[in-house]
Ligand binder design. Structure first.
Ligand SMILES: [Zn+2]
Length: 348
């Protein structure tokens, strides 16, 4: 049986729009809205939101006897204002797990309670090597050493407070997206790339006027980066959950930027062998380029649901992403492979 054809241009366009929509964990409603708006142009879908703000989509299948779910997350790494410093700059606290050096020098936006978006950049406090010499490079980056330099005339805590900035304001780092030679280079491909895979799979079915074999729920989750994204929102009758999230690329890994990967084990232990095997056989049958891998420092929303008591088979697939939780990059080949894999799964 053939799988429907995917619209690659649409996938890249949707992904670009989502990447350019700031959605740090805890402040990701814009990403949820953007995804819902795209999905609303397809028929046969029913929409709801969980109380904590995740998007749940019911996609009617040809059969209803073994309901399934797919999940991907729109929330990303980010930060929150911890303190307004006496020099008017902002000390941050991290949202999600990453190293400060991966965002040093990046542009950022501070979202105030009154709805203003203030621009700035994240710098080490001894930023100028003309002033601090070797210290600019030698000192370890920690919370106290990093600060947001606002693009505003302020040099005191009072002046910054007068701009409307408060402790607890969310901060989003610029994605710095560039699409070149088939590569997509951007922050937050984790996990917006996989949201794009799911939305593109829905479009492929819609374009081909097909329904998935089984009724399938899509959970677009909003707290994955802090560990409890998919812990709620997957209906009780669901028997199988495929978490769609990036594959970890680097030394010692089988994953790369040109393949989809199936993760058979990560920090949370093994995934469901039966469902993983089923997905591998499907990939073989449809000649989808994939790798089998183990991610050493990694957890997923599939495990979040397991830990919350979810009684389902769970597997994890996704495109290879280089330099994850850093300035990330993947290739269109990996996005196509992941979407094709979802289509094969949904058809069978
Ligand atoms: Zn992720």
């Amino acid at each position: 049986m053939y799988i429907p054809k995917i619209d690659t241009a649409y996938m890249i366009e949707f992904l670009s729009g989502l990447l350019n929509t700031p959605s740090p964990t805890g402040f990701s409603e814009a990403g949820i809205d953007f995804t819902e708006k795209a999905l609303k142009s397809f028929s046969g879908l029913e929409f709801s939101r969980t109380h904590k703000g995740a998007l749940v989509v019911k996609w009617e299948g040809q059969k209803q006897d073994h309901p399934r779910a797919l999940t991907a997350h729109v929330d990303t790494l980010g930060a929150m204002v911890k303190e307004i410093k006496s020099n008017g700059r902002l000390q941050l606290t991290k949202l999600g797990g990453y190293a400060w050096n991966t965002v040093e020098g990046e542009g950022c936006t501070v979202f105030t309670l009154e709805g203003k978006a203030m621009r700035g950049s994240l710098l080490f406090h001894k930023a100028s090597s003309h002033v601090f010499g070797a210290a600019t490079g030698d000192i370890k980056r920690d919370d106290a050493g990093m600060e947001v330099r606002l693009d505003e005339k302020t040099s005191s805590a009072e002046q910054t407070a007068a701009l409307g900035i408060q402790v607890g304001d969310f901060v989003a780092f610029d994605p710095r997206l560039e699409v070149t030679h088939g590569f997509i280079r951007s922050r937050h491909l984790d996990d917006k790339a996989c949201v794009a895979n799911i939305v593109t799979a829905v479009k492929a079915f819609s374009d081909a006027k097909l329904k998935p074999l089984q009724t399938t729920y899509l959970l677009i989750s909003n707290y994955e980066e802090v560990g409890h994204g998919a812990s709620a929102g997957i209906p009780r009758e669901v028997e199988e959950l495929v978490a769609v999230d990036m594959a970890a690329v680097g030394e010692g890994q089988t994953s790369d930027e040109f393949h989809a990967s199936i993760c058979v084990k990560d920090s949370g232990g093994p995934y469901h062998h039966g469902l993983s095997t089923h997905l591998r056989r499907l990939a073989d049958r449809y000649e989808i380029p994939y790798k089998v891998d183990i991610y050493p420092y990694y957890g997923s929303d599939g495990e979040a649901f397991w830990r919350a008591g979810g009684n389902v088979r769970v597997a994890l697939i996704g495109p290879g992403v280089d330099a994850s939780h850093n300035y990330e990059r993947t290739h269109t080949d990996a996005l196509i492979a992941t979407t094709d894999w979802l289509l094969a799964y949904l058809m069978n």
